[in-house]
Write a protein that binds this ligand. Structure first.
Ligand code: NAI
Ligand code: OAA
Length: 313
């Protein structure tokens, strides 16, 4: 059998979806199908064609098509869900829960039919609860249903640390666990620059300020944009996760995973460190936490559980 290119479907052709599709093609991770609602079929086709017409200039061979028909998504290896509404200034991600749960459920019905073997990555907010919703609707094994939050939250955290120290971002290592909300848990004790713990490089009050800014990093962008939320860094985060799966890289990344006893949590989707490779979430890595870190994670888990209760009620 001839080797074929991977096929990646991105559902939702708005800011995050379109940016993700373009980055995936630029990196030649596969052929890309961009899907939106029938009322937006022409703009979706237009965006895809515009991206494709960049290929001669940028030298990528990935195909990109726009569609509102899931037949075009048939047998995708990866499906990325960005469909849904985004928040505006003054709103929390949780305010989106009812609208986006309906959208995610209807998208998942199509994924189930047309892409039964896909690895599914969820971006739509509130993303921990939307990953739970997708898992329930799809009925896929837990290793194939993965939410995106920690890669982005960690990226923001590392950006602020590199800025603070005026050093290369390449030398900053950190991790943010927990739900994708204002009580997420940046783990200072597991953060280093060039192998040196940040507590030895940055005064405590500046570390506290960086942690606080990270927790509201999404809101900072929402307030600056005025009408929508972040999309460049979210798209880059999704692309990193997609690449980890398609290239079986076995990256250790913070992802939203289904917890069945890990860290003592049951039947909960939340951000934890995991090995992400050719079989999706291949392993969850449990790290030891101090009492303080543990109670911060418990608080975040409680917030996530409250939103999940809305979608399971
Ligand atoms: N988890 C994370 O880290 C992040 C999550 N988000 C979330 O991602 C979602 C999308 O954000 P944006 O792309 O900025 O919003 P957007 O409004 O630019 O795009 C959303 C797109 O979804 C489409 N859509 C709605 N219902 C659909 C359906 N049933 N089928 C297919 N497409 C449908 C809309 O027509 C629209 O084009 C939001 O919920 C946002 O909060 C955004 C950034 C980061
Ligand atoms: O803040 C938002 O609404 C979008 C998002 O999840 C992020 O950028 O972290």
């Amino acid at each position: 059998m001839a080797i074929r290119r991977s096929k990646i479907t991105v559902v939702g052709a708005g800011f995050t979806g379109a940016t993700t599709a373009f980055m995936l093609a630029q990196k030649e991770l596969g052929d890309v199908v961009l899907i939106d609602i029938p009322q937006l079929e022409n703009p979706t086709k237009g965006k895809a064609l515009d991206m494709l017409e960049a290929s001669p200039v940028q030298g990528f061979d990935s195909q990109i098509i726009g569609s509102s028909n899931y037949e075009d998504a048939k047998d995708s290896d990866i499906v990325i869900i960005t469909a849904g509404i985004a928040r505006k200034p003054g709103m929390s991600r949780d305010d989106l829960v009812n609208t986006n749960a309906g959208i995610v459920r209807s998208v998942c019905e199509n994924i189930k039919t047309y892409c039964p073997h896909a690895y599914v990555i969820i971006l739509s907010n509130p993303v921990d609860a939307m990953t739970y919703t997708a898992f329930e609707s799809l009925g896929f094994p837990k290793n194939r249903v993965i939410g995106q939050s920690g890669v982005l939250d960690t990226a923001r955290y590392c950006t602020f640390i590199a800025q603070e120290l005026n050093v290369s971002i390449e030398d900053v290592q950190g991790v943010v666990l927990g739900g994708h909300g204002d009580d997420m848990v940046p783990l200072v004790r597991y953060t280093s620059v060039g192998g040196v713990p940040i507590e030895k490089l940055i005064p405590q009050e500046r570390i506290d300020a960086i942690v606080a800014r990270t927790r509201v990093g999404g809101g900072e962008i929402v307030n600056l944009l005025g009408n929508g939320s972040a999309y460049y860094a979210p798209a880059a985060s999704i692309v990193q996760m997609t690449e980890a799966i398609l290239k079986d890289k076995k990256r250790i990344l913070p992802v939203i995973a289904y917890l069945e006893g890990e860290y003592g949590y049951q039947e909960l989707f939340m951000g934890v460190l995991a090995v992400l490779g050719g079989d999706g979430i291949e392993k969850i890595i449990e790290i030891d936490l101090t009492d303080e870190e543990r109670s911060a994670l418990d608080k975040s888990a409680e917030s996530v559980r409250n939103v999940i209760q809305v979608v399971t009620a």
